[in-house]
Design a protein around this ligand. Structure first.
Ligand SMILES: Cc1cc2nc3c(=O)[nH]c(=O)nc-3n(C[C@H](O)[C@H](O)[C@H](O)COP(=O)(O)OP(=O)(O)OC[C@H]3O[C@@H](n4cnc5c(N)ncnc54)[C@H](O)[C@@H]3O)c2cc1C
Length: 539
């Protein structure tokens, strides 16, 4: 099975770069200056140091599953089970360094196709076994925690083997992909037909089509290509009650759009086996640039104007002063010093970096769109700092997870959280979340950016760095996250794109109302009467 999931996934972001991920000494010195002495070094614990309970999957369940998918696709070895125990939140990662326990599935089952997924669910329903759908395992909200709930056992349903491009309709520009296809693999398969998805979240290298759909993911180019849900035209869903296919036409007035019971259902209402997706031609031309605005208010005003005039670049990412300062500090060379002087001379005292990127069919198209964007930015006094910064951001845009691994290794508590709100509330909400985090964490660097903008509002994405509390590393982040979630509740959404999982489930009723929760429960009861699907998530 080792070819199907790299065990190092649990220890590092990518096999090639993971072990090599390190922080320059300069960056660590700068961090100590800002947040004080770091926690002790905390490398990943070997599997042998982690507690893996004996599996409790019944003999008959095991035999039925083995008969269906083959004994080599029902894995019970501790290493295989540990590899699918939990996702990649900060708490998941510190637990893997020996701080606190986490639930481990009783078995890992790897079906080969939608029909086998359907049969796995029927077997599990018969034997009262919980099923945790497992895509790339990149959930940061406890979405793949192997919780058993009231079931007799729990399996991780690893969808890696559902790895095919099922069909491409170049006329309607729709492709059907199986759920286990990862971001890069989807683009590789589609490129052979001249298409791309344009969906590039930071977890792109690991996350899967099924996971994107199940969590309402949003990629870094969402301003141009849309959120993942905007790309979905149809879904094929396995449920304990039978298979459910949705999405027959590009638009419909045939009652409520039930596709949205599958999109964002986080494995609690069914297992997505195939997704029909809108695809776009692979862009011929890409242009990425950096600008600087003076202060957060001017920056968000500019982004709002771009969104409301419909001239957003495909990638539009505005960092606040703190995030911009960190970016500049970590690149502290002579060029940065010159840049700082230049910005001062241009009257920019509180630099906020703005990365903008356009992708299109021709130089002319990209130039025309760029001109529309830049015209608005100039009205807000944006200072252009050139293509080098934009390109360097594009090249390094998937490096965040590797740096996070290295920071945690070095005793830093580093985590992200996100929300979205209407423009009227956006800045107040940012202040409130910062205040809540500062009150609980004390000396911390709190950075924020907007990377998904809409006519009516935008997302806020926070990155927090503080020294790890040696005595209580888990409680340290749980308290901070609870305070931030309280600050968000009632003003912004509890999640713009990370989803609900376990971590946000408590806050869902405040967002969708008790009736909303009952509607979801009723839907679950209909498709999953025995409640085997992803115990403890979403609801
Ligand atoms: C470093 C890092 C950066 C990230 N950046 C982004 C980002 O830029 N944008 C963004 O949107 N998210 C981001 N995420 C969050 C995460 O990558 C997304 O939630 C992603 O969509 C999950 O895909 P996955 O295949 O890894 O799903 P998993 O983590 O395996 O599962 C996520 C949830 O979906 C369910 N699920 C998975 N597959 C299926 C299926 N086929 N059918 C039904 N349910 C299923 C699981 O049970 C679980 O509840 C990031 C995460 C990390 C660790």
């Amino acid at each position: 099975m080792t070819e199907l999931i790299d065990h190092r996934l649990r220890r590092s972001w990518t096999p090639e770069a993971g072990d090599a991920a390190h922080l320059p000494a300069k960056a660590l010195r700068w961090l100590v200056q800002r947040i004080g002495p770091l926690g002790s070094a905390a490398p990943f614990a070997p599997d042998s140091a982690l507690s893996v309970p004996e599996p409790v999957l019944g003999e008959q369940s095991k035999r039925d599953l083995e008969e269906l998918v083959g004994a080599e696709h029902v894995l019970m070895a501790p290493g295989e089970r540990l590899a699918r125990a939990g996702g990649l939140s900060y708490l998941d990662l510190v637990r893997r360094r020996g701080f606190g326990d986490f639930p481990v599935p009783d078995a890992v089952v790897l079906p080969e196709n939608p029909a086998e997924v359907q049969s796995v669910l029927e077997i599990c329903a018969r034997h009262d076994v919980g099923v945790v759908p497992f895509g790339g395992g990149t959930s940061v909200v406890g979405g793949v925690a192997a919780l058993r709930g009231d079931k007799s056992a729990v399996i991780a349903l690893d969808l890696t083997r559902l790895g095919e491009l099922v069909s491409v309709d170049p006329v309607s520009r729709i492709a059907v992909l199986q759920a286990g296809v990862t971001g890069p693999e989807a683009d590789r398969l589609l490129a052979a037909h001249g298409f791309t998805l344009g969906h590039v979240p930071q977890s792109y290298e690991r996350a899967t089509i099924g996971g994107f759909a199940a969590t309402r993911s949003a990629g870094q180019a969402s301003s141009g290509y849309g959120r993942f849900e905007d790309m979905v035209s149809g879904v094929r869903l396995a449920t304990p009650r039978g298979e459910w296919k949705l999405g027959i036409a590009p638009a419909s007035a045939a009652g409520p759009d039930l596709r949205h019971l599958a999109i964002g259902s986080e494995g609690a209402l069914g297992v997505i086996t195939e997704v029909a997706l809108r695809v776009r031609p692979v862009p011929e031309v890409r242009r990425y640039e950096g600008f600087v605005l003076d202060g957060w208010e001017k920056g968000t005003d500019a982004v709002r104007e771009l969104a409301q005039r419909h001239v957003l670049a495909d990638v539009t990412r505005l960092s606040d002063v703190d995030e911009s300062e960190v970016s500049l500090a970590l690149n502290d060379g002579w060029k940065t010093k010159v840049l700082r002087r230049y910005l001062k001379a241009r009257g920019v005292h509180a630099p906020c970096l703005l990365i903008v990127g356009w992708e299109g069919a021709s130089k002319r198209e990209v130039a025309r769109r760029r001109q529309e964007t830049v015209r608005v930015l100039e009205r807000f006094g944006a200072v252009r700092i050139g293509a080098a910064l934009g390109e360097s951001w594009r090249r390094g845009r998937f490096s965040g997870p590797r740096q996070r691994d290295a920071l945690i290794d070095n005793g830093v508590c580093v985590e992200t959280l996100e929300t979205a709100a209407y423009w009227t509330e956006l800045s107040d909400l940012r202040d409130a979340v910062r205040a809540a985090l500062t009150a609980t964490l004390g000396n911390a660097i709190i950075m924020c950016h907007v990377s998904h903008a809409y006519e009516t509002g935008a997302s806020l994405y926070f990155t927090v760095l503080t020294a790890r509390d040696e005595a209580d590393p888990i409680g340290q982040w749980q308290r901070a996250k609870a305070a931030a979630s309280e600050a968000i509740t009632g003003i912004g959404t509890i999640s713009h794109h990370h989803a609900v999982g376990v971590d946000h489930a408590r806050h869902l009723p405040a967002e969708i109302g008790e009736i909303g929760v009952e509607v979801l429960r009723a839907a679950k009861k209909t498709v999953d009467p025995a409640g085997i699907l992803n115990p403890g998530k979403l609801l």
